[in-house]
Design a protein around this ligand. Structure first.
Ligand code: UDP
Length: 324
């Protein structure tokens, strides 16, 4: 296959590029590097089966030659990013999805949309099955991401129903791993770097809100299976093991041997922060034969060396943290 991955220089996109190359496919990574980073794919430059195209997919997308599959992963995805880049977030998920769908039509390519657990908003049903329609505030600060992803799902289904395009929709729950940016702002990179610096972990609000974290290799496996399946309706991919953020902070401190504890930051409570989130993965298990394989403790251990290296480069690592 020849595969186009939008957002290919991002956290998840770069892991997808690697997986498709490993499986013997040709990969074109497209990214405008707004939140992506060329360093994430630098090790792939020089591979004859890999190409990088710097392009903003909110503008018309031209790619010469055949394409068999398009994986549309371009979008800011961290709450601090989409709060800072609200219009870009709306555009990449609306105009960018429209352009990527048009390209899929032109090339006769299968299309996979990266959607999100944020389509469920602050959910009133727990855990969240795909049949739940969500509880989203359209005019709140998170609405720019949530509603844009909901639009992206709607237009993807419209292309499927009206044009017979082969489409897949994944709803991705909290995912972590190497290549998240230091300044990403999401809870895993924040906690791991705070732990490596021997700082207390910053728990926003009262820390009673919950999340369920999956390691990136589990997600990539699920995505690969979904693309190759016949499933058109959305599929949740996530790890159902749920923690309060306070419990999660304690776990990160334990795994990283951080003696500095946690600090509760009630003033940093985020507007419309979902109070619970846990995927119901019944459909992924039965349709794809997929389930997560990496325990959170192992996933954190696999992620720590990446952040240690980033901090070391910046000279921000206490001397005794170079090997722990
Ligand atoms: N959070 C936190 N401390 C941090 C960063 C985030 O307590 O340093 C909380 C945040 O308020 C939210 C949860 O962790 O309740 C997950 O936030 P994240 O930004 O990782 O992603 P989200 O799941 O909200 O998209």
């Amino acid at each position: 296959m020849r595969v186009l991955i939008t957002g290919g220089a991002g956290f998840i996109g770069s892991h997808l590029c690697e997986r498709f190359l490993q499986e013997g496919h040709d990969v074109i990574a497209m990214d405008n590097l707004l939140t992506g980073n060329a360093e994430n794919i630098a090790h792939l430059f020089g591979n004859d089966h890999f190409r990088f195209v710097k392009h903003d997919v909110t503008h018309y997308i031209y790619v010469a030659g055949p394409i068999d599959a398009i994986l549309h992963f371009a979008s800011p995805a961290s709450p601090i990013d989409y709060l800072e880049l609200p219009i870009q977030t709306l555009k990449v998920n609306a105009l960018g999805t429209h352009n990527a769908l048009g390209l899929a039509m032109e090339k006769g390519a299968r299309f996979l949309l990266a959607s999100t657990s944020e389509v469920y908003g602050d959910p009133l049903i727990h855990p969240q099955p795909e049949s739940y329609w969500g509880n989203v505030n359209p005019v709140g600060p998170r609405g720019v991401y949530d509603e844009a992803k909901r639009f992206a799902e709607a237009i993807t289904m419209a292309y499927h129903r009206s044009h017979g395009l082969e489409t897949r929709i994944v709803r991705i729950f909290n995912t972590y791993g190497p290549r998240m940016r230091l300044a990403d702002g999401r809870v895993v990179p924040n906690f791991i770097q705070q732990a490596l610096r021997h700082e207390p972990l910053t728990v926003y609000g009262d820390g009673g809100q919950t999340r369920s974290f999956q390691y990136v290799s589990d997600l990539v496996e699920g995505l690969y299976k979904l693309l190759h399946s016949d499933e058109v309706d959305p599929v949740n991919i996530g790890n159902p093991r749920e923690f309060t953020i306070r419990q999660f902070a304690e776990l990160v401190n334990e795994v990283t041997n951080n003696p500095a504890g946690i600090t509760i930051k009630p003033d940093l409570r985020i507007t419309d922060d979902p109070q619970t989130r846990q995927p119901d993965i019944t459909r992924a298990c039965s349709i794809l034969g997929w389930e997560p394989a990496v325990e959170i403790e192992d996933g954190i251990r696999l992620t720590v060396p990446y952040f240690r290296e980033q901090l070391r480069r910046l000279g921000q690592l206490p001397p005794d943290r170079h090997s722990t």
